[in-house]
Design a protein around this ligand. Structure first.
Ligand SMILES: *[C@@H]1O[C@H](CO)[C@@H](O)[C@H](O)[C@H]1NC(C)=O
Ligand SMILES: *[C@@H]1O[C@H](CO)[C@@H](O)[C@H](O)[C@H]1NC(C)=O
Length: 668
């Protein structure tokens, strides 16, 4: 019987012991039967969430069953060990609420605990009471002066009161070295803590390490303390946490506890639930607002880049046809010409002629000064032949020609690039009333000889005959040394290539147009000589071939000169601005040649070869008799002719010839 009773007592005792756990493991809390209060809850994926964004509230989570810490009423506290993984996610990265604590207490849920700095453990009324029987390890993220906290990121062992018996900044030792690695509690990163008590040594050790780092060999906190008076026979274990005015969200991912033995053995880190993504609001903002904004901005940027590219392409577009391949060395990039002339600005405009506007510029790479002539053209027909001619003219090389450097072709536009002539065109020096603009006789004679030499070169010395078609003072340019340079040669050809005879234009300038040219519109070397004659008189007299402002009988220069010549007073026509500073023989020669070149009959006019010889004095000009003039006739200009460059042929009718004959009659 007694044996039976003993067995029954033992059974009863063991049954009673069965209610008190000696250890447990929670790899996540999904199926755990925790005792929760306050803000604490277990999320659907098994995270123990002790607090949320509610301020100044506490949250508790306790293992439901008591744990026996003493084997007999007066026995000493026995060894235990616990480990848990937690994370503290702050509202703001550098500022959070209060921390969390692991607690061993006589009652589940710490009924007297308040929020904020008390972490839900104690209150102002019971703080420090020996009857509290509270053992806690705090992970504190706020530095509280009233509890002598060392900093706002520390681990401490608390017994019955909020002031820690011992505390250290959060961190861990690596290996055996007394070297600590700091940890930030409110980093939101999961970390593992170990709390161990040795009943025999009466020592408490607390360690901390990032998740996946093994338990450090040297504990962070080590306190010799006999827990026997603190722990009662049976106690409850759990976590306590609180929010203050700010808040952090306190998570516990897993927890293991063991009387004796190592709690570590139970916890399986790979089974722990995942933490929610940190600061999810900001992430979603980046995705919902940031991403579309970035996308829109980049699309806009791309579109504007492409548009800009197309605009630049169009702006600098050129026309380059297959047949131009051989002229590529002479070609200029439109972009370069555009840059050289500052985008063809008005202030770069040198002048406007019949063929187009001329701009001054500086080539970016070579620093060469250039003059760019913009010639508009509509017909593409004949362009090839014309370009061939222009390019071949680029090969013309004479000290009295303006060098053509190259060209560029665009839709409806041809750009010819010439060397820049610093002194500008001759007409300015002949008609301008400013004294500094007046050329003296020797300069004028030099200019005449230069132009004659250039024309002789074009007519006879070059491999093919080039008819200039537009000799006049404004087409004679002066370089920095006052040398005459004939420009615009051959450009008149551009208008010759029109295919429709009705649109054929007569090219040249009234007053310089030979009468047969007006009738046939066929330019020859003789028509050039005729124009050169007008030019000679112009330079010597300082008067335009046709002077609209003059009295009627003096209107046509050649007639006026002739009338003085027939009176034997040819020197009377000389430009009065020259004063007495001239060589009479030279002036006389020039005026006589001017009249000879103006003869109505082309064959009677001298050739450029002869003119050059006369001017050089290597040959005497033929005598100009009134008889030869009356038979050959002298020609004047068309009444009311101005500086028009291109005159539609149709504007000259049959009465033109009668006009010429009337002039001829008047001379004879
Ligand atoms: C915080 O948790 C408590 C208890 O679970 C709940 O009643 C409250 O609505 C929660 N507050 C927020 C802001 O989630
Ligand atoms: C760790 O923190 C302490 C105190 O905050 C500081 O003095 C120490 O330099 C830190 N050590 C490292 C390695 O960051």
């Amino acid at each position: 019987m007694s044996v039976k009773l003993v067995i029954m007592v033992v059974y009863a005792l063991s049954w009673h012991a069965g209610c008190e756990d000696t250890g447990f493991t929670y790899n996540g809390f999904r199926s755990a039967d925790l005792s929760l209060d306050g803000l604490a809850e277990v999320t659907s994926n098994g995270l123990l969430k002790l607090t949320n964004s509610t301020t100044r509230k506490k949250g508790h989570a306790f293992h439901p069953n008591p744990i026996r810490f003493k084997n007999s009423p007066d026995g000493s506290a026995i060894s235990f060990s616990t480990t848990f993984v937690f994370a503290i996610a702050p509202e703001y990265p550098t500022f959070g609420g209060h921390g969390l604590a692991f607690a061993i207490a006589p009652k589940r849920g710490l009924p007297g605990g308040v929020a904020s700095q008390y972490l839900g453990l104690l209150s102002a009324t019971n703080n420090g009471n020996l009857t509290n029987h509270l053992f806690a390890v705090e992970f504190d993220t706020i530095s509280n002066q009233e509890f002598d906290d060392i900093d706002d990121n520390h681990v401490g062992i608390n017994i019955n009161r909020m002031k820690s018996e011992i505390s250290m900044p959060a961190g861990y030792y690596v290996g055996n070295k007394p070297f600590s690695q700091n940890l930030t509690l409110i980093s939101g990163q999961p970390m593992q803590a170990w709390v161990e008590y040795s009943g025999s040594k009466k020592q408490i050790n607390v360690s901390l390490a990032p998740l996946h780092v093994a338990k450090p060999k040297i504990p962070l906190l080590s306190l010799s303390y006999d827990l026997t008076p603190i722990l009662e026979q049976t106690m409850y274990l759990g976590f306590s946490s609180a929010t203050g005015y700010g808040f952090s969200i306190h998570y516990v991912l897993g927890w293991s506890f063991k009387i004796h033995g190592m709690a570590d053995e139970g916890l399986d880190i790979s089974l722990l639930p995942r933490l929610p993504r940190l600061v999810p609001k900001k992430k979603s903002k980046l995705l919902t607002i940031g991403l579309p904004v970035i996308l829109t901005v980049s699309v806009l940027a791309m579109v504007s880049c492409v548009t800009y590219y197309i605009m630049v392409k169009r702006k600098f577009a050129e026309v380059l046809e297959d047949w131009e391949a051989e002229y590529v060395p002479q070609r200029f990039k439109y972009k370069d010409l555009y840059t050289a002339t500052n985008g063809f600005r008005e202030e770069k405009l040198l002048g406007t002629g019949g063929f187009g506007r001329v701009y001054r510029g500086v080539l970016p790479n070579k620093k060469t000064e250039i003059a760019v002539k913009k010639v508009s053209h509509e017909s593409r027909q004949g362009m090839k032949a014309f370009m061939a001619e222009v390019i071949s003219m680029g090969q013309l090389c004479h000290r009295n020609l303006v060098p053509l450097l190259g060209y560029c072709r665009r839709k409806g536009e041809l750009l010819l690039v010439y060397e820049y002539m610093s002194k500008g065109s001759l007409d300015k020096y002949l008609y301008d009333d400013k004294p500094e603009c007046c050329l003296n006789w020797s300069q004028r004679f030099q200019v005449i000889k230069g132009v004659a030499s250039a024309l002789f070169y074009l007519h006879e010395e070059w491999e093919q005959v080039v008819v200039h078609r537009d000799i006049k003072a404004s087409n004679v340019l002066l370089d920095s040394e006052w040398n005459a340079r004939l420009g615009d040669f051959g450009l008149a050809r551009l208008y010759d290539h029109g295919t429709d005879p009705k649109t054929t234009h007569l090219v040249g300038t009234l007053g310089y147009l030979a009468p047969e040219l007006i009738k046939t519109s066929k330019a020859t070397t003789s028509t050039d000589v005729f124009a050169f004659g007008a030019f000679l008189l112009e330079v010597a007299c300082g008067r335009r071939p046709i002077e609209p402002k003059a009295l009627n009988e003096d209107l046509v220069l050649v007639e006026w000169v002739f009338s003085w010549w027939s009176r034997g007073e040819i020197l009377q026509v000389i430009d009065p601005r020259l004063g007495p500073n001239y060589v009479a023989e030279e002036v006389e020669l020039v005026l006589k040649l001017g009249l000879l070149c103006s003869l109505l009959e082309p064959k009677s006019r001298p050739s450029m070869r002869q003119i050059v010889m006369y001017l050089e004095g290597s040959m005497a000009p033929p005598e100009l008799s009134s008889l030869s003039l009356s038979t050959a006739g002298l020609s004047g200009g068309e009444n009311g002719g101005f500086d028009d460059f291109v005159v539609p042929l149709s504007s000259f009718g049959e009465n033109t010839s009668s006009n010429w004959s009337s002039i001829t009659n008047s001379i004879s």
